[in-house]
Design a protein around this ligand. Structure first.
Ligand code: C2E
Ligand code: MG
Ligand code: MG
Ligand code: MG
Length: 292
């Protein structure tokens, strides 16, 4: 009897596993098709200057418009793109698209804007990365310093020695390099100093509670101070409230990004945000942020 039960459980277990595996395989098939059918699109989220409140640039964030499921979150499909290696061709497309878009903004009179592209592990290991970046800049005519590459802290730290050479090659092309999701890994800024970085993006997890948790507030303050000492620019991620803005501005953070200002939006809406002008709350602007 016990044996029978065990067997039933096992069958149940395998049935559930099969369903998962099937679902995963289906998603994988869909992803391969998505590449051919061009179901990917970029959304753009603004970065806002803490000193003048204007938009300094946009981060390109990948979206998948699935014919049945609708808009699929990158959290779901990026890991799968990584596993299958499809991230390499898709990543090439993202670089091309982002640079074309930024070049168009420049032509439309917003010549100071930057565009940021996220890179993943496989792309860093790919021989083609440096050539892809060069090609995207060349095809679009975008000046290299207008392109920012975001690499997560954990990614940077996982193969520091290999990364130093690669980042130096990218840096030599004139692009900007950022550490993304800073604070979620186990590195210190001093360690990251060995890498040719321009910007630190403080992870949303810290920014979230800075107005409620004195610990998170002092960590954020310390990161800002230390980053400035190392001549790095600081961007705060996931800014959602005026309280957070006030605290970040008071602590000399350089730029902010988050739903307070805008969610990631399609390119035409991004252009509309630009035309709207400064997006810092009025009372902060009034309180001495100098307007250029
Ligand atoms: P990330 O680079 O750290 O991007 C920030 C994520 O936080 C985005 O999620 C953005 O929509 C979200 N976010 C921004 N502001 C707020 C806020 O105020 N509150 C909250 N709750 N969330 C906010 P998204 O677009 O879902 O992207 C998730 C991650 O997927 C990205 O994290 C990035 O690591 C990865 N990713 C996105 N696009 C690409 C890509 O083209 N290539 C690669 N390799 N990775 C990408
Ligand atoms: Mg990012
Ligand atoms: Mg981030
Ligand atoms: Mg993050």
């Amino acid at each position: 009897r016990a044996k029978e039960l065990g067997r039933n459980n096992f069958q149940f277990f395998t049935a559930a596993m099969n369903a998962r595996v099937k679902e995963q395989l289906q998603l994988e098939t869909d992803l391969r098709r998505a590449v051919q059918r061009q179901e990917f699109i970029l959304h753009f989220q603004p970065k806002v200057s803490c000193s003048h409140g204007g938009i300094t640039g946009f981060e390109a964030l990948l979206r998948w418009q699935h014919p049945v499921r609708g808009l699929v979150s990158p959290m779901e499909f990026i890991p799968l793109l990584e596993e299958t290696g499809l991230i390499v061709p898709v990543g090439t497309w993202v670089l091309q698209q982002a640079c074309q878009q930024a070049a168009a903004w420049h032509l439309a009179g917003h010549g100071q804007l930057t565009v940021a592209v996220n890179l993943s592990a496989r792309q860093l290991q790919s021989e083609a990365l440096v050539q892809d970046v060069r090609q995207a800049l060349e095809d679009s005519g975008l000046p290299p310093q207008a392109l920012e590459l975001e690499l997560t802290e954990s990614l940077l730290m996982s193969h520091v020695e290999d990364n130093i050479a690669l980042l130096n090659r990218l840096k030599a092309m004139g692009v900007q390099l950022s550490v993304d999701d800073f604070g979620t890994g186990y590195s210190s800024l001093a360690y990251l100093k060995r890498l040719p970085l321009d910007t630190v993006k403080v992870d949303r997890a810290f920014v979230q509670d800075i107005t409620a948790d004195p610990g998170d507030a002092s960590i954020t303050r310390a990161v800002i101070t230390m980053a400035h000492n190392l001549r790095l620019k600081v961007v705060a991620e996931g800014v959602e409230t005026e309280g957070q803005i006030a605290l970040l501005v008071a602590n000399h953070c350089d730029e902010m990004q988050g739903y307070y200002f805008s969610r990631p939006v399609p390119a035409p809406e991004a252009l509309a945000l630009l035309d709207k002008g400064r997006v810092l709350p009025g009372r902060l602007r009034a309180r001495g942020a100098q307007v250029p």
